[in-house]
Ligand binder design. Structure first.
Ligand code: NHR
Ligand code: GAR
Length: 215
C-alpha cells in the first residue's frame, strides 16, 4: 500500500468538514493523517474538534498581523515546515494572496457553498434564495489566485424549497459537503487527482467545467 498522505486543514469556525475528514480517516477510508489544523480565529470550535481527536492545532490570528501579506507569509512559513501533500480549506474565511496560492499551487483545495461559477464570495445561501433559484449546492475546487475561480472537481446539488431560510438551506448544503469533501480527498491521497494547466485531472482525464460526472 502506498504511504500515508499528509494533510493540513485550515478552518475559521465550526469545523464540521474537518470532523468529516477526521471520521473518514478513523473509518479507514482515507489513507492520510492530519498533521496540523490551523484557525485564523481563536474561538473556532474546530480547534476543539482537533484537540478532542488528538491532532496538533494552532491559531494564527489574522488580527495580530499588520496586513494580508505578512499574515500569509506567517501562514506559508508554518505550512512549509509541515511539508503537506495537500492543504484543505474547510470553512476558511480569509482570502489568500496570489503569492501564497502560487507557492502551494496544485496542493490547495477549497469547498465553496454554491454551484460555481454562480455566487462566488460570501453569503451564498441568501443570494440563491433572493435570486429565486430552485436549486443550490456546493463545489470542491482547486484554489487559484482568482477567488473561487479555480477548476471545479465535483459539485453536489440540493433543492431550494419556498419556505427555506438561509440557515435551513445551509444545513442541507452542509450535509452534501460532508459526503463530497472526504471523497475528493480519497482521490488526492490515492494519487488520482491533480491540477494541470488550470484543469482538474482525474485518472489522467481532464474533468468537465462543472467537475466529476457532470456530463
Ligand atoms: N484565496 C484565493 N486566492 N482563492 C480562492 O479561491 C480562495 C481563497 C481564500 C479562501 C474560500 C472562499 C469561499 O469558499 C477561499 C477561496 C473568504 C472570502 C472573504 O471575502 C471569500 C471567499 C472565500 C473565503 N473573506 C474576507 C476577507 O477579507 C473576510 C470575511 C470574514 O472574515 O468573515 O478575507 O467562500
Ligand atoms: C461550509 O458550509 C463551507 O462551505 C463554508 O463555510 C462552512 C464551514 O463549515 N465555506 C465558506 O463559506 C468559505 N468562505 P464548517 O466550519 O462546519 O466546516
Amino acid at each position: 500500500m502506498s504511504s500515508k498522505s499528509k494533510l493540513c486543514v485550515l478552518i475559521s469556525g465550526n469545523g464540521s468538514n474537518l470532523q468529516a475528514i477526521i471520521d473518514h480517516i478513523d473509518d479507514g477510508k482515507l489513507n492520510a493523517e492530519i498533521s496540523l489544523v490551523i484557525s485564523n480565529k481563536p474561538n473556532a470550535y474546530g480547534l476543539t474538534r482537533a484537540e478532542n481527536a488528538g491532532i496538533r492545532h494552532l491559531c494564527l490570528d489574522h488580527s495580530q498581523y499588520e496586513d494580508r501579506e505578512s499574515y500569509d507569509q506567517a501562514l506559508a512559513d508554518t505550512l512549509s515546515q509541515e511539508n503537506p501533500d495537500c492543504i484543505v480549506l474547510a470553512g476558511f474565511m480569509r482570502i489568500l494572496t496570489p503569492e501564497f496560492v502560487n507557492k502551494f499551487s496544485g496542493k490547495l483545495l477549497n469547498i465553496h457553498p454554491s454551484l460555481l461559477p454562480k455566487y462566488k464570495g460570501l453569503n451564498t445561501h441568501q443570494r440563491a434564495i433572493d435570486n429565486g433559484d430552485e436549486e443550490h449546492g456546493v463545489s470542491v475546487h482547486f484554489v487559484t489566485p482568482e477567488l473561487d475561480g479555480g477548476p471545479v472537481i465535483i459539485q453536489s446539488r440540493v433543492p431550494i424549497f419556498e419556505e427555506d431560510t438561509a440557515g435551513e438551506l445551509a444545513e442541507r448544503v452542509q450535509e452534501q459537503e460532508r459526503r463530497i469533501y472526504p471523497l475528493v480527498l480519497e482521490w488526492v491521497c490515492d494519487g488520482r487527482l491533480t491540477m494541470r494547466d488550470n484543469k482538474a485531472i482525474l485518472d489522467d482525464n481532464p474533468l468537465p467545467e462543472s467537475g466529476y460526472a457532470s456530463e
